[in-house]
Every structure is written in C-alpha cells, then in structure tokens.
Design a protein around this ligand. Sequence first.
Ligand SMILES: Cc1cc2nc3c(=O)[nH]c(=O)nc-3n(C[C@H](O)[C@H](O)[C@H](O)COP(=O)(O)OP(=O)(O)OC[C@H]3O[C@@H](n4cnc5c(N)ncnc54)[C@H](O)[C@@H]3O)c2cc1C
Length: 463
Amino acid sequence: MQVDVAVLGGGNAALCGAINAALAGCSVLVLESAPKPYRGGNSRHTRNFRCMHQGPVGPLTGAYLEDEYFDDLIKVTKGQTDEILARKAIRESEACFAWMHTQGIRFQPSLSGTLSLSRTNAFFLGGGKALVNALYRRAEQLGVRVRYQTEVTHVDMRDNRVAEVVFTDEQGAENRVQPRAVIAASGGFQGDTDWLERAWGPGAQNFLIRGTQYNRGVVLRDLLDQGAQSVGDPTQCHAVAIDGRAPKFDGGIASRLDCVPFSVVLNQNGQRFYDEGEDVWPKRYAIWGRLVAAQPSQIGHVIIDSRSLNLFMPSLYPPLVSDTLEGLVEQMGLPTGASLASISAFNAACANDLSGFRPTELDGLATRGIEPAKTNWARPITEPPFYGYTLRPGVTFTYLGLKVDQAARVQMQDGPAENLWAAGEIMAGSILGQGYLAGFGMTIGTVFGRQAGQEAGAYVKHR
Ligand SMILES: Cc1cc2nc3c(=O)[nH]c(=O)nc-3n(C[C@H](O)[C@H](O)[C@H](O)COP(=O)(O)OP(=O)(O)OC[C@H]3O[C@@H](n4cnc5c(N)ncnc54)[C@H](O)[C@@H]3O)c2cc1C
C-alpha cells in the first residue's frame, strides 16, 4: 500500500498530525483501532483545553501568560517536567485556539460549576465528541484516508527508521504498509489492565478506566522493546475517584462524584482514612483516585446526610438511601459496628456551632481531636435520610511514554528516529512527570500533533 504518512491512532493528537501532514501535501492514512462509533479515543470525552492568551479571546476571559501557566504546571508536577517541552506546549497553545477554529472546532463559555476555568481553559462547543467529529470531517476533506478497527501491532524499526507498519484489519487479517513517515499517537496503556497490574500490583484489576478501552499501549510497548527511550514512571497516571458503579471503560465525565467534601469517607473496614475537607473539590478530586487505590479492595464509601444532598452536582447514578445509618451501612456492605463507631467519633468531633458552614469556600469548620481531622465543612452526619455512594479509582491516562525532542521526534537509545514522531498521551510523560493541570492533555496533543504532522510532511517533501 502506497502512503506518505501513516498515523497510528485516531484521537486528537493523531488527527492534528494527519491534518498538518495533509496540508503539507502528503497522502495520509489514519489507522484507528476502534470501530467508527467509538473513534476518537479519550479525546472524545474531553471538554476543554488550556490556552495561553494575552487578553480576552473567544470565550476566554482576562489574560493567561506563559509564566503563570508554567508556574501552575510546576505546582502540580512538583517540578517534574521537561521545561523546554513544557514551555513549547504553553507558548504554542496560543496559536492552537485560532488553528482549531479553522479546522471547524467551535468554543463556548465554561459552564458554571465546572472547576472555575473560564480564564484559563477554552471549552469545546458540543464537547470532545464534537471536536473529534470536526477533526475527522476536516481530515477527510483534505483527502486523509481513515481505516477503523485496524489495530497496529508492530512498527518495524530498522537502523532507527520505520521500515514497515503491521496492523490487523476489520476481519482480523494481518496487513502491512510501508509509509515514508509515521506519527505514533496511540495513547497511553491504561486499557491494558494486566500492564497496570504489573505496575501497581493486583489491586489494579479493580481500577476503572474512565476513557477508551483501545489505548492498550501496544505501539508504546513495541517501540520500547525496540530501543525507543522512555520517559516517566509506570505508576504515574491521572486518576480520580469516581462512582464505583461506573462501567469498566468509557464512563467518561458523567461518573464523577463531587460529594466528598460534605461527607465522611470510610474504607472497606469502616474506617476513615483521609481529610475529606482538605481543600475545595476541584483542587482535591485528582488525589482521591490514588487515596482510594491504596485502600483495601480499592474501594471507598461516601456517606452524607440529607443536609448535603443538594450541595454538589447531581450524580449519574442515584445514591443508596436509608432512614438510619445502620440501614445504610448494611446496604453498602460495610461492617456495621466499625462503621457506626467511625461516624459517631466523627460526629462527636464536630463543633457545636455550625453557623460558619460555607459550602462554596474554605470555611475552616474543622473537627477537633480525631485522626484524620476534617479541616473544612465538618458537619455531623445526623439528619436522615442518609445517602451513600461507593468510590473507585478511575484512571484517566498513564504517563509512561516515549521520549521526544522539541520537533516531536522519537528518541531511540542511539539517536533520534529518522522518520518517526509521537504526539499526545504516548509522549505526555515528558511533560507530566506527576500531577495534572486540567486541560493540559489536549494542549499537549494539539501542540505536538500539529508539530509532528508538519515535521513528517516536511520530511516526506524534502527527502
Ligand atoms: C473522561 C475524560 C475526560 C477528559 N477531559 C479532558 C479535558 O477536558 N481536557 C483535557 O485536556 N484532557 C482531558 N482528558 C485527557 C485527554 O482525553 C487526553 O489527554 C487526550 O485526549 C489525549 O489525546 P491522544 O490523541 O493522545 O489520545 P486519544 O484521544 O486517547 O487517542 C488515542 C487513539 O489511539 C487509538 N489506538 C490505541 N492503540 C492503537 C493501536 N495499537 N492501533 C491503532 N490505534 C490505536 C485509540 O483507539 C485512540 O483513537 C480527559 C480524559 C478522559 C478519559
């Protein structure tokens, strides 16, 4: 099969690469392992991207300049980032806004209750699904060929060059293509729960995967095995605590639960294990994935009373409900004695005067004399009916990835690959050593996807 550029994957990073390679005049083939209705990987679950800007633009308010953006990144990664690549992503995010608009993506102001991101993050009108559809439409207008249900199984590297790409087609038959340049944009490895287990231990089989099941790290593993340099740590990932009843894959953002700050959270043994009110939820939801992952059976149990039911975004699944705490903990499968003792101890540690309770700000209404303390919004759980949810770790994406340079070129052990570039989750670990900055996944994919497409296009044309 004759093709200039093969793009491995069919999410945002892949399509940005495919579009730019096509704009450079190349014939482009996108190999997407998902069937068409599920195309677009994790990108189809997204809502926004984080964008540097000098002043109000589109729905973005105020200004968000490079140094503030970089400081925000340093805070969440605790300095574990490649500054050169990070600053490139930040600076070039500014041009992405107009570029995305040209490709047919439309934006909208952020909704209220969405983590207060109106200054820093541009929200996609219609969400990630509309973004993905717009990019596919644009790619197809430019003549990009897309094959669905085609899983790339091997990228044959010879002397630091891709010689051939092997993939299985819709019928499960093995196919081969010899492109002149390749863009790897096939995501992280979170869909391979056995790989997660090797990194995290057996408890990883209890994790839920918030996005696509097709990001199994097949291309990542294959390239690492052939001497591609890796970045990042296999145990680092973006993981949040989500409703334990969410499906194993693809639950998306709807399975998020925002009630933790107004609750007590017990583990399977009926014990509290962390300060539920440490900070406002947008600043804490991402640490709860790891906290729950560290508990027995990787499960947490959130309990609130009737006073708190309307203080957070409604949940996708209705909570368990009972007129008594005893009835609720029994329904939740918790040990009754230990759970009621934990809640009683918590209730007794709450202040008598609750007039300072302010659900939308840090109110300092703290427990006294128990461990762990609850440092804000500590109201006793006493007003029936009582409500309960289970929490599970929900993995968004893994950080172990391919090392790239500023041109998005994959680095092999003995030098840069000649005709292989990488973009998106598969290389995001270069920038995200740990932690996460909301909206930065799409920024990394868009900036490095565009770069990879441009570089692959230039390589094909000037060779
Ligand atoms: C629920 C949820 C909400 C999120 N919200 C946001 C948000 O609002 N803003 C933000 O910035 N980030 C968000 N993220 C993170 C964001 O989705 C990712 O950072 C981003 O989409 C990565 O883009 P990508 O193109 O690298 O990967 P993906 O979009 O996941 O694309 C990878 C593609 O590779 C394909 N693929 C995998 N293996 C193979 C193979 N062997 N052969 C062929 N194809 C293969 C997959 O099918 C998929 O199409 C969210 C993630 C989730 C799960």
